[in-house]
Design a protein around this ligand. Structure first.
Ligand code: PNS
Length: 166
């Protein structure tokens, strides 16, 4: 298969909210892709209790990457592969933090491969300091009054504070 140039990648997820771990993966992704769509899914395989709306999550991501013109924050409904086709993205980036992530990630990558033969999934690994961070733990710790300021960007931290004060 001919490699498409420029390389357009999709980094999909729930991002509720975006964490330092996600940021780490996006910045690593810029080493392999020219453009990355950080894509917030309206439908996640995992059913989760949402904190921020999809629109709010997209706005948070835009704020975090305001200085990076190669990154675009978007949302999508329906199948990931259909959105990837629409955006001309043949590469899907996912982060792998631990072995426990692997089974779910492998299944999704293979399902996506089956649905669209022209998509490749690559897994990037965050720095050790970021490998225990997850949005669900950030939400939980923040709700219970713990300090999450080192796990998210300052702009996200501020919005978390305001959201939890609602
Ligand atoms: O951050 P998450 O919640 O682990 O991300 C999961 C996500 C959003 C990447 C996955 O659920 C997804 O791709 N959803 C879009 C709908 C879809 O294509 N489902 C089939 C996936 S094989």
């Amino acid at each position: 298969m001919k490699r498409p140039r420029p390389v357009v990648a999709l980094y999909p997820g729930s991002f509720d909210p975006i964490t330092r771990g996600h940021e780490d993966i996006v910045r690593r992704g810029l080493r392999v892709a020219d453009t990355i769509f950080v894509a917030v899914a309206h439908t996640s395989t995992h059913t989760k209790q949402g904190l921020f709306s999809v629109e709010e999550r997209v706005a948070l991501i835009k704020g975090v990457f305001a200085d990076e013109e190669r990154i675009e924050a978007v949302s999508f409904s329906g199948l990931l592969v259909d959105f990837a086709k629409e955006r001309g993205a043949h590469l899907v980036i996912r982060g792998l933090r631990a072995v426990s992530d692997f089974e779910y990630e492998l299944q999704m990558a293979q399902m996506n491969q089956e649905l669209w033969g022209e998509v490749e999934t690559i897994f990037l690994v965050p720095e050790v300091q970021n490998s225990f961070i997850s949005s669900s733990l950030v939400r939980e710790v923040a709700k219970l009054g713990g300090d999450v300021s080192s796990f998210v960007s300052p702009s996200v931290f501020e919005q978390l504070r305001l959201k939890l004060a609602e």
